[in-house]
Design a protein around this ligand. Structure first.
Ligand code: PMP
Length: 416
């Protein structure tokens, strides 16, 4: 089938690309790995430079003006993030290092206090290892059992089984909002409502949703939500745990040290209120401030517009890549997913494909994508994955297509 990419009209992408220094110059990279880590917007870099150049100091303790300025900027970022995900209060936003740390915080603090040996934790087969291994460790500590929602061959959750899987033993349901491998957008609202009907607590891994879709934590009614700054035009080293206030308030600390205490004696201590209770030590101050500016940037463009743009690109990518002989594309139809396309080319290892693509300036990820149980479900060891964001263009898809054909020619010739 002939595909005309001019049928699609990406939204002001040329202007958006000017906001990302990495795309300056005559032969910019076709960066198709934003699901691993996005590029950083210039306004984020400037905000971080502003902190380092003008008011760098520690927060919450200094009685001098630049420390007060840093504290205000850090707390302002918390407010912005709370508004971005529609949290009721800023104190429900805990700064962590990343999604992984947010989930581990819940697994230790909430999990140790609430999970016992007769309890069950319900996950899905499409979880990133970050939302699997912490629960395996908790199950090892407590004797609890892990159960799994299966994945259909189309890459959707097998929700017909949900009624049998959710019982009065289910204490926690931990699920990804958007699969980092397949791009599947899961119906997390429905799953959360079903989980709550048996009294289970719900954690949503929003690492791949908060950067790409409008996410309203109150409307989802989830108990915990975890995401990373580096996947949403922000810096590395800062992530977020959102939690319902009553849950966070009853949770014991995760890490101990400075900033998280109320009073310390030789033998014991009392702890600060949330969110400080969960932010031991000096946090990633510049990074949190940078993330606040990333949120401003994304809000200005609008998450609906970002999602619509990715839908157009993913439609085009599906049509275009489907023309390639010997391609297998994993996951659901474009309309049911975010901007991720995962595939294999017959007879070509995805690492070799990624290597050839790199020689043409196209960056994709190849491997198991930290989702080995999902790879096992599909009976593959690895796949290639292209993931798109607000700065990607239809030309990027064309370059991916051309590079894939080049890989087929080169590697077939080598084998022949
Ligand atoms: N969950 C999902 C769905 C992800 O895609 C990722 C990152 N690939 C993570 C969790 C982990 O994020 P981080 O490495 O920032 O902790």
């Amino acid at each position: 089938m002939h595909v005309d990419r001019n049928e699609f009209h990406p939204l002001e992408v040329d202007r958006i690309r000017e906001d990302f220094p990495i795309f300056a110059g005559d032969s910019p990279i076709a960066y198709l790995d934003s699901a691993a880590s996005s590029q950083t917007a210039r306004c984020v870099l400037e905000a971080m430079d502003g902190y380092y150049e003008s008011y760098r100091s520690n927060i919450h303790r200094g009685i001098y003006h630049i420390s007060e300025e840093a504290t205000a900027a850090y707390e302002d970022a918390r407010q912005k993030i709370a508004r971005f995900i529609s949290a009721r209060r800023a104190s429900q936003v805990v700064f962590t290092r990343n999604t992984t740390e947010s989930i581990n915080l819940v697994a230790h603090s909430w999990g140790n206090a609430n999970i016992g040996r007769d309890d069950e934790i319900l996950l899905t087969v499409m979880e990133h290892h970050s939302n699997l291994v912490p629960w395996q460790l908790l199950a090892e500590r407590t004797g609890a059992t892990l159960r799994f929602i299966e994945v259909t061959d189309e890459g959707l959750l097998q929700l017909d089984d949900l009624d049998q899987l959710l019982t009065e033993r289910t204490k926690l349901v931990a699920i990804t909002h958007v699969s980092n491998v397949l791009g599947t957008i899961n119906p997390v609202w429905e799953i959360t409502a079903a989980a709550h009907s048996v009294g289970a607590t719900v954690l949503i891994d929003a690492a791949q949703s908060v950067p790409h879709l409008p996410v309203d934590a109150q409307a989802l009614d989830c108990d915990f939500l975890a995401f990373s700054g580096h996947k949403m035009c922000g810096p590395t080293g800062v992530g977020v745990l959102y939690g319902k206030r009553e849950l966070l308030e009853e949770m014991p600390p995760f890490l101990g040290g400075g900033s998280m205490i109320r009073a310390v004696q030789r033998e014991r201590s009392t702890y600060a209120d949330v969110p400080a209770r969960f932010e031991a030590g000096t946090p990633a101050i510049a990074e949190a401030i940078g993330l606040g500016h990333a949120v401003d940037y994304l809000e200005k463009i609008g998450l609906d517009a970002v999602h619509a743009h990715e839908q157009q690109i993913i439609d085009y990518a599906h049509q275009k890549l489907s023309e390639i002989d010997g391609i297998t594309i994993y996951g659901p139809k474009p309309r049911m997913k975010a901007g991720v396309i995962t595939f294999n080319l017959e007879g070509i290892h995805p690492h070799d494909l990624a290597g050839v693509l790199d020689t043409t300036g196209v960056a994709v990820r190849a491997g198991h994508h930290c989702a080995q149980p999902l790879m096992q479900h599909y009976g593959v060891i690895a796949t290639a994955r292209a993931s798109f964001y607000l700065y990607n263009t239809m030309e990027d898809v064309d370059r991916l297509y051309d590079g894939a054909l080049k890989a087929q020619n080169l590697l077939a010739r080598r084998q022949g």
